[in-house]
Design a binder for this molecule. Structure first.
Ligand code: PLP
Length: 432
């Protein structure tokens, strides 16, 4: 290790509040894992991250993740555990549940799901029998695998019908959705998505769900922070169930949560434990509590506003350079660029940009002719760069770099110049 590498370990709370301890402990005990983490620290520091689902967890969150709460077995729920020694855990979970309910205006919350997918699995299993019909937004139109895709439990155990966006506007086609619902009579309709950038009309969803006697699940994995900041409306009273993640907009630990109406409390809790999970991750739950707390502050509202403004700024800048943005723009922190007329694929563009220190993820465009592993688009989000306080000018330089790279896919000399340029921008940003 060079001195320079050691220098940023000293102030890096993920590694340890005390850089010395880290070097002595992990680096002595396990130099291999330690060296990979150091490599990752450096990579995160020198690159620009536009992966829409990634963010930098708060220092306080990482501190809690490394706390002694990780040692606890707390199967069950506060006051009803299957192990002794859970009194601090009971307080932590009760507080985190209260914060979650307050932030999203839900009647009941379960903060134990280990991930967003597990949260969806629990909700689906709480109201559906195997073979029952559900509806979700198709993957290529911005939905998530757990909304009924055949490779996921949601498409394996249930009969899943995908609804889509209107091919012209690329907004959800509510009329087609209604027709499908009347025909298939699903027991559950899921809305929300991973690469759908537009505000969803939840009132319409509720009306359609009620007309066929279906439950409505609103998946806010991506929009949780926007809802917490009251920029997007609360999914209640429209939703019966809400699922979300804490590691995307909320800058918390990797994990999920569920909110529901009071009448569904018992079935949801039973579906999480013992239905689909064992012992909850108490350090994670405490870290979720910290993230919910920090999301209730005025600074967080500013951060969400900044993320959206930056995304809108970026879509306009890309459009000026001739790129087509799916649905013609965005209402949130993410957007998808259609690369079909550039003679490249999402996968190729993703790999090319990674080479120069720009992280974006391949993404299907609506009705994508390419396979899911290839795709015709890339998805960009502003959460991570906004957290590092990127300016519009710096973001503009990044857009210019992306444009140059995509138009010069095999010019190594240009790639090197751009790589240096990106590293230079990244090193000016705050390190998280
Ligand atoms: C990210 C995401 C999930 C799944 O979250 P994991 O924690 O990765 O399982 C579920 N639904 C949507 C809409 C998402 O974007």
């Amino acid at each position: 290790m060079t001195d320079d590498t050691l220098h940023f370990l000293d102030n890096h709370p993920f590694l340890n509040k005390d850089g010395e301890d880290y070097k002595n402990l992990l680096h002595t005990l396990d130099p291999q894992i330690s060296s990979y983490i150091i490599e990752e620290v450096q990579a995160q520091r020198e690159s620009l991250n536009f992966i829409a689902s990634e963010n930098y967890a708060y220092d306080a969150v990482r501190e809690v993740l490394g706390s002694v709460l990780t040692n606890i077995y707390a199967e069950g729920y506060p006051g009803k555990r299957y192990y002794p020694g859970c009194s601090a855990s009971d307080e932590v979970e009760t507080l985190t549940v209260e914060r979650c309910k307050a932030l999203f205006r839900g009647e009941h919350a379960n903060v134990q799901p280990h991930s967003g997918s597990q949260a969806n699995m629990a909700v689906l299993s709480s109201v559906l029998e195997p073979g029952d019909t559900l509806m979700g937004l198709s993957l290529s139109c911005g939905g998530h695998l757990t909304h009924g895709h055949p490779v996921s439990f949601s498409g394996m155990f249930y009969k899943s019908i995908a609804y889509t966006v209107d091919p012209k506007t690329e907004y959800i086609d509510y009329e087609a959705l209604n027709n499908l619902a009347q025909f298939h009579k699903p027991k559950l309709i899921i809305t929300g998505g991973s690469s759908y950038s537009r505000l969803i009309d939840l009132e319409k969803f509720q009306r359609i769900a009620q007309s066929v006697n279906a439950y409505l699940l609103v998946d806010i994995a991506h929009t949780a922070g926007l809802i917490a900041a009251e920029i997007f409306p609360s999914p209640f009273p429209y939703a019966d169930f809400v699922t979300g993640t804490t590691h995307k907009t909320l800058r918390g630990p990797r994990g999920g949560f569920i909110l529901c109406k009071k009448i569904h409390q018992e079935r949801v809790d039973r579906a999480v434990f013992p239905g689909t999970q064992g012992g909850p991750s108490m350090n994670n739950i405490a870290a979720k509590g910290v993230a919910f707390h920090l999301a209730s502050r005025a600074e967080f509202v500013e951060y969400m506003k900044k993320s959206i403004a930056l995304a809108k700024f970026m879509t306009r800048a890309f459009e000026k350079r001739g790129y087509r943005i799916v649905s013609g723009g965005t209402d949130c922190h993410l957007f998808v660029i259609d690369l079909t007329n550039l003679d490249t694929t999402g996968r190729a563009a993703e790999a090319l940009l990674e080479k120069v220190g720009i992280l974006v993820s391949r993404s299907a465009i609506p009705f994508d002719p390419q396979k899911p592993l290839i795709t015709s688009g890339i998805r960009l989000g502003t959460l991570a760069c906004a957290a590092r306080n990127i300016t519009e000018e710096q973001a503009y330089d990044a857009i210019d770099s992306i444009d140059i790279i995509l138009r010069n896919p095999s010019d190594e000399q240009i790639h090197q110049t751009i790589k240096d340029r990106i590293k230079n921008i990244a090193l000016q940003l705050i390190e998280l």
